[in-house]
Design a protein around this ligand. Structure first.
Ligand code: RBV
Length: 426
């Protein structure tokens, strides 16, 4: 189970550490919530004695969360939650901290990916912080003896919360986990604006192509799909939405987007962006009718939305058309271009930076207060998925508003009483 840390794997760790630190410093300048919590964490050390095991996208913003938890007194071990999203220099900078061990490395194969998760678990975490639930799954499957000493966990993303709820429904989730993803401070910003902006920016930078006049097919109209659709429309694309849920399909229709089945969208799209969290959204039957030159990108957590096995089967040739773009050439000469190997494009493409700093400050602010809550009141939560207490989410919103210099109203006593009563009418 013992794995070499990132520092041992890198050729020139000193230069890498400096560059990683520079990226972290830049991000931190734009993370007022983490800055504010860092004062409190450093002086009060609320996490003293805890071991936090993390599997997240290891880049500069995440690194600032990791350091905040270490400043708060915890020992932290971290690895990636996607084989392509790690920034090795940042991973090295983190690993240099006396209370942090980072195993994350970009480009690991499946075997190394899971070995690194086991290495983190080897630190015997008392708290887990996951993006996608891989760590919770590995602990339950292979290290159940640790569950007794685990206070609880936090989950960052929609797919992870979905998996956890399924596990909970089966009675298989044996410790409490906060659905950080589901808080207003996370979903309404990170999922909508973060995914929307970073997916589109990454696709544009990776291909050097324009959005204007393109037909952009957005698969899934959840929070992420809404963000992608809105920002694509804002860049003068024609947006088509595909959905399986009738109310969401109607919502997209009323927003003014064309809504149609993927079988029809496949014929008209120039760019396809999947945000469903489900598998096999784009498959053989769709590839068969697509135009030459289309772009296929995934913005969902796992690389299962575009069926690359089908595409490989159909292709007579496959080559790297640009960094981060694999062209699959079909028998009839059409080229279908897959970005970032079908992995979440805004983090896994070679130039990807993940979501913008400001939204991750919010998401990670919620993560930090949730970890603190587990340390302070973990015993009050039973095994299963828990909504984050609303006052914690509000705390993070208030810090952000204060940092932005935004003032807002509060209810008068009379208004509060009115809102709480039921016996008023005309
Ligand atoms: N995400 N992290 C980043 N660290 O740059 N960008 C996006 C980053 C998270 C986001 O919160 C989303 O829920 C998750 O990645 C999907 O894996």
């Amino acid at each position: 189970m013992s794995q070499p840390s990132i520092t041992d794997r890198l050729g020139d760790p000193e230069t890498a550490r400096e560059e990683g630190r520079r990226k972290m410093d830049w991000a931190m300048q734009h993370m007022p919530i983490l800055q504010s919590l860092s004062g409190e964490f450093a002086s009060e050390e609320p996490l003293d004695g805890e071991v936090v095991g993390m599997a997240m996208h290891v880049e500069a913003k995440t690194a600032n969360l990791v350091e905040l938890l270490a400043e708060g007194g915890a020992e932290v071990a971290i690895t990636g939650c996607n084989p392509l999203s790690t920034h090795d220099d940042v991973s090295a900078a983190l690993d240099a901290h006396p209370r942090i061990t980072s195993y994350a490395e970009r480009g690991v194969d499946d075997e190394q990916y899971y070995a690194d998760i086991e290495a983190v678990i080897g630190h015997e975490p008392t708290i887990t912080v996951d993006d996608g639930m891989d760590m919770v799954a590995a602990i339950h499957e292979s290290f159940p003896e640790l569950i007794d000493t685990i206070v609880g966990g936090c989950e960052e993303t929609t797919t992870g919360v979905h998996r956890l709820r399924a596990m909970d429904a089966d009675g298989e989730l044996k410790y409490p986990v906060f659905a950080v993803n589901d808080t207003p401070m996370k979903t309404l910003f990170d999922n909508v604006h973060g995914t929307g902006e970073s997916a589109l920016a990454t696709i544009a930078m990776t291909t050097n192509l324009s959005w204007a006049s393109k037909t952009v097919v957005v698969a899934g109209y959840g929070y992420c799909g809404k963000g992608v659709a809105k920002k694509a429309a804002g860049q003068n694309a024609n947006v088509v939405v595909t959905e399986v849920e009738p109310r969401r399909a109607l919502e997209a229709h009323m927003e003014g987007y064309d809504v149609m089945p993927m079988a029809d969208a496949a014929e008209v799209g120039d760019v396809f962006i999947t945000t469903t969290g489900n598998r096999d959204v784009i498959t053989r039957e769709h590839f068969e009718v697509m135009q030459d030159g289309v772009l296929l990108a995934n913005a969902g957590h796992f690389d299962v939305e575009v069926n690359l096995d089908h595409l490989s089967d159909m292709a007579v040739d496959q080559y790297e058309a640009r960094d981060g773009v694999d062209a699959y050439e079909l028998k009839d000469g059409r080229r279908l271009n897959v970005l970032a190997e079908g992995r979440l494009v805004n983090l896994a493409a070679p130039i990807a930076l993940g979501h913008p700093v400001e939204v991750m400050d919010q998401s990670f602010g919620v993560q930090a207060v949730c970890v603190r809550e587990l340390v302070e009141h973990g015993e009050e939560y039973g095994a299963g998925v828990h909504d984050v207490p609303d006052d914690l989410d509000r705390e993070v919103a208030e810090i952000k508003l204060a940092a932005e210099g935004v003032e807002y109203d509060s209810l008068t006593d009379e208004q509060a009483e009115y809102m709480d009563s039921w016996d008023h009418g005309t």
